[in-house]
Design a binder for this molecule. Structure first.
Ligand code: ADP
Ligand code: F6P
Length: 489
């Protein structure tokens, strides 16, 4: 189909996501410091440049006073961000509760919380009420900043109620919604007590997008089975209204990573890392410290590899960089202790006075350090138990043009569909299989590494974040419907 040229007519785009690309830290009554937020959604959206974009979201902090709110709004305005202020109780019930304790685990096939997990954040119903209230607050801010002709693009499971709220405020608003997580099988989704209401509100959007065709198919099945609606090749129809549904696989700003490798600071980091680990192969894990990332499983597989391959014991090291996330949710606190316990045990078992097999860091790395790590390591280990896409795997590939390292990738990450041919695909639950894949990766001959890398690199540089966003937005504007439909087949 025909394409809009966003360079000549910059389309105004309102991105609405729970998390802003920067999170605020207070330094005084009216003084704020802004720090980069970590996560796939932020990485992808920061790679989008061809629109006149404003970003509406929560700054990750409670600001009860008016002076603070005004000062923060001003600081954010310079980044073209508009804050939605949520009070502490709403955040607790909506973000910690409904989003991260209910929707997140369910959409990743972990299931719904047992009684004890619910008890910490009150009842399911009060959490859902807070979720709806928070979504309404987002809608009010969007409505305040909306100008005719704007495209409104809502993101992720935090804002499933938003399309309906927006259409109620202004039925002419163009509204798209994109999910960054998997949409689970309809048999899993139907466990959700608020399943009807959430599906209906998502369907109020004009366009609904997912990372993969499978997620789109699961969503259509849920609409068919739970709402009794008809699924057509274009989407779902409800009383004459068609909601278009398609797959738009996300990518990264690959050029940013490739160019960064030339910077002196990145080269310096690379030099230090190479010296530090000289004579050893280095395996890398980079994740938010999240239950879906399969971090304990990854470390146990590495232990099994060391157990079965004594000759490798002083010759390989695993660097696991795990940035803490959602630290107010008890499940995440438990995971942190569990990971520390396993790492300590394995280092005690296989370490020596001068070296340990696992370096585990509970922190985020800055962009330059991260690029250097991606570039110098021999194997990346992505073992998500479920993952919408997983951009870490894309970033690793982008930085491996000279080394041609091996990517071990979970078959349950969306990225398995795009990088599967170049990566070694594994079932992360099968520790024996992952352990033997580690051996295979470490021993892989150069020509095979090169072939696999080349396949993935080609994909990563040609399926970028910008292309993802342009396709979604032009589809939302009705220009390339046909193209998007073809992508789903
Ligand atoms: P998710 O969306 O679940 O966070 P992705 O793999 O898609 O997972 O994206 C994670 C993003 O966060 C990537 O851009 C990655 O570089 C960044 N990231 C994750 N962990 C860290 C870390 N420890 N330090 C710095 N950046 C990180
Ligand atoms: O889809 C993954 C995701 O939920 C993104 O929405 C977000 O960028 C990331 O995880 C980080 O999570 P949070 O916003 O809860 O810190």
């Amino acid at each position: 189909g025909e394409r809009l040229d966003f360079r000549t007519s910059k389309q105004r785009l309102l991105v609405v996501a729970n998390r802003l690309p920067v999170s605020a830290v207070r330094h005084g009554e009216d003084s704020w410091q802004l720090e980069m937020s970590v996560g796939g959604l932020v990485t992808a959206l920061l790679g989008v440049k061809e629109f006149d974009t404003r970003w509406i979201g929560w700054a990750g902090v409670n600001v009860p006073d008016e002076i603070g709110q005004k000062a923060l709004a001003k600081a954010l305005d310079e980044k073209r961000c508009i804050p939605v202020f949520l009070d502490e109780e709403v955040v607790h019930q909506y973000y910690n509760g409904y989003c991260n304790n209910i929707l997140w685990p369910l959409f990743h096939y972990i299931g719904l919380p047992q009684e004890d997990r619910l008890a910490t954040t009150r009842s399911f119903q009060s959490q859902f009420d807070a979720y709806k209230k928070a979504n309404q607050l987002f809608a009010d801010v969007v409505n305040e900043h909306y100008e005719e002709g704007d495209v409104v693009w809502c993101h992720d499971y935090h804002l499933m109620f938003l399309p309906k709220c927006l259409k109620e405020l202004n039925s002419k608003m163009k509204v798209g919604w994109f999910l960054h997580t998997p949409f689970p099988s309809s048999e899993i989704h139907r466990m959700l007590p608020s399943r009807l209401e959430l599906l209906r509100s998502v369907l109020a959007a004009d366009l609904v997008g997912f990372h993969t065709y499978d997620y789109a198919r699961h969503f259509v099945s849920a609409c068919t089975r739970i709402l009794g609606l008809e699924g057509t090749p274009e989407g779902v129809e409800d009383q004459g209204k068609l909601t278009r549904i398609a797959a738009f696989p996300v990518g990264i700003d690959s050029e940013r990573f490739i160019k960064a490798l030339e910077l002196p600071e990145v080269q310096d980091h690379m030099k230090v890392l190479k010296q530090r680990f000289a004579g050893r192969k280095v395996m890398l894990g980079v994740d938010r410290l999240d239950m879906i990332k399969g971090i304990p499983q990854k470390i146990l597989a590495f232990e099994k590899f060391l157990e079965e391959n004594p000759n490798w014991r002083n010759k390989v090291v695993l660097l696991q960089i795990a940035v803490p996330t959602r630290t107010d949710v008890p499940e995440y606190q438990k995971l942190t202790s569990q990971v520390h316990e396993i790492v300590g045990r394995i280092n005690g078992r296989f370490g020596s006075l001068t070296a340990v097999p696992i370096h585990h860091l509970d922190r985020s790395l800055d962009f330059h350090e991260l690029c250097a790590l991606y570039a110098v390591t021999d194997v990346a280990l992505v073992t998500s138990l479920r993952d919408g896409m997983n951009l870490v795997s894309y970033e690793y590939v982008a930085c491996q043009e000279s080394k041609k390292g091996v990517l071990i990738l979970s078959e349950f990450a969306g990225a398995a569909q795009s990088l599967g041919a170049g990566a070694i695909l594994v079932n992360p639950w099968n520790v024996t299989e992952v352990a033997s894949s580690i051996g295979y990766a470490l021993n892989m001959p150069a020509d095979e590494r090169e072939k696999r890398h080349h396949h993935n690199f080609k994909h990563v540089i040609s399926h970028t974040a910008q292309e993802w966003a342009s396709t979604f937005v032009s589809c939302e504007l009705n220009v390339t419907i046909v193209e998007a439909q073809l992508r789903t087949r």
